[in-house]
Write a protein that binds this ligand. Structure first.
Ligand SMILES: *Cc1c(COP(=O)(O)O)cnc(C)c1O
Length: 394
């Protein structure tokens, strides 16, 4: 396995191990356990003197291939595949904290991520401060003596704000805290948090990594020392392990990740440009456009735009519903990163549980709409949007 392979090559060949049959595609090892030739072999395996698997909750061959392939892509030393993105996020945060510790997190978080730090962690005596993560001074001001973890997503959901990851990592290193980045929206192709100084990266593999709407999955990646010290035992004994069947689905999914993300980004960028020239649209936020409010940070830390577009219709909820209902190819769904183009109205779906005030803080209004570009022909998507926009009252 060559570390110098470029992503498209890594994602087809990385981590593959073949059985005695020499199968072309990765094999699915749907087994709970493993057998040993002798008692002494079992003893040696349990002592860690020989390599090999012990029990599927700890690790198994198909999952191992998925973890190694993700490590290669991310430039990480080690990884653990989890049953869902939220299993990855909650494990990455909770495994390294104890009562009395403090988290600083950006307030613009995926709903369940926000629940983990804002509601669950305090039940165990872990305090959390939520900040407007766009400004580094807010992170600095929130630091306490017991701050151990900084947690963020960038770009954020749904308003595609970005956070200066290298800047947050510098602050964290000054106090010995760890930066955990949920990198779902950027995808591993457009942003490398570990290279920017973050310590731990998490993904919901449910999104672009599967990319075809089939299964849930997640992954936590970091250096070996952090995984050994914090995640290894937590993962083994709390049991968030990914199903080997899903690991196999995701292994096949990531083979085509670069092709899909390229097409999705091109489609997203064309739709963003169309919307920006439309009088019924108040504003368009797209990380690939020069008019993104934080274009300077994007130029420093991302190598591509986004597969998502956020925009605000002047006509509020009524206009947003009219547009969504008039689209024929683009389907209404709160999911994202799929081969199919999807659209959602955050105020009434993904962000309905927030107070009006919290939604306003995040820039989510009644007219805010989030579009996740699929891999369809871009001309068809443009025609679908043009036709649907014509039906929205001006
Ligand atoms: C979807 C998502 C998650 C949760 O992932 P699941 O696989 O649904 O558990 C976490 N963070 C972000 C940014 C997401 O988009």
């Amino acid at each position: 396995m060559s570390k110098s392979w470029r992503p498209a090559t890594q994602l087809v060949h990385g981590g593959t191990t073949r059985s005695q049959h020499g199968e072309t595609a990765e094999a699915i090892f749907l087994t709970q356990g493993f057998v040993y030739d002798t008692s002494a072999a079992a003893e040696a395996r349990f002592k860690g003197e020989t390599d090999g698997f012990i029990y599927a909750r700890y690790g198994s061959p198909t999952n191992d291939m998925f973890e190694k392939r993700m490590c290669m892509l991310e430039g990480a030393e080690d990884a653990r595949a989890t049953a869902s993105g939220m299993a990855a996020v909650s494990a990455a945060i909770l495994c390294q904290l104890k009562a009395g510790d403090h988290i600083v997190a950006a307030r613009a978080l995926f709903g369940s991520c926000r629940w983990v730090v804002e509601t669950l962690a305090p039940k165990y005596g872990i305090e959390c401060t939520l900040v407007d993560g766009r400004y580094l001074q807010n992170w600095e001001k929130a630091i306490r003596k017991n701050t151990k973890v900084f947690f963020l997503e960038s770009p954020t959901n749904p308003t595609l704000e970005v956070i200066d990851i290298a800047g947050v990592a510098t602050l964290a290193n000054q106090i010995g805290a760890k930066v955990v980045v949920d990198n779902v929206f950027a995808t591993p192709l457009f942003q490398k948090p570990l290279e920017l100084g973050a310590h731990v990266v998490v993904y919901s593999a449910t999104k672009h990594i599967d990319g075809q709407g089939r299964c849930l999955g997640g992954v936590v990646l970091s250096d070996k020392a952090w995984i050994d010290e914090h995640l290894h035992d937590y993962f083994r004994h709390t049991g968030p392990a990914m199903s080997p069947f899903n690991a196999w689905t995701l292994l096949k999914g990531i083979e085509t990740l670069p092709l899909r993300v390229k097409q999705q980004t091109e489609n997203a960028s064309r739709i963003a440009d169309l919307l920006a020239g439309e009088s019924k649209v108040a504003r368009v936020i797209y990380p690939g456009r020069k008019d993104h409010p934080q274009a300077d940070i994007i130029a420093r830390q991302m190598t591509g735009g986004s597969t998502l577009v956020c925009f605000e219709l002047k006509g509020g909820k009524e206009a947003a519903f009219a547009l969504q209902d008039a689209l024929e190819i683009v389907r209404i769904s709160n999911n994202l990163g799929d081969a199919k183009s999807l659209i959602t109205h955050p105020a009434t779906t993904t962000h309905k549980n927030l107070t009006d005030e919290a939604r306003a803080e995040l820039g989510i209004s009644a007219g805010t709409v989030r579009f996740s570009a699929g891999i369809e022909d871009g001309d068809d998507l443009l025609e679908d949007f043009a036709r649907a926009l014509a039906k929205v009252a001006g």
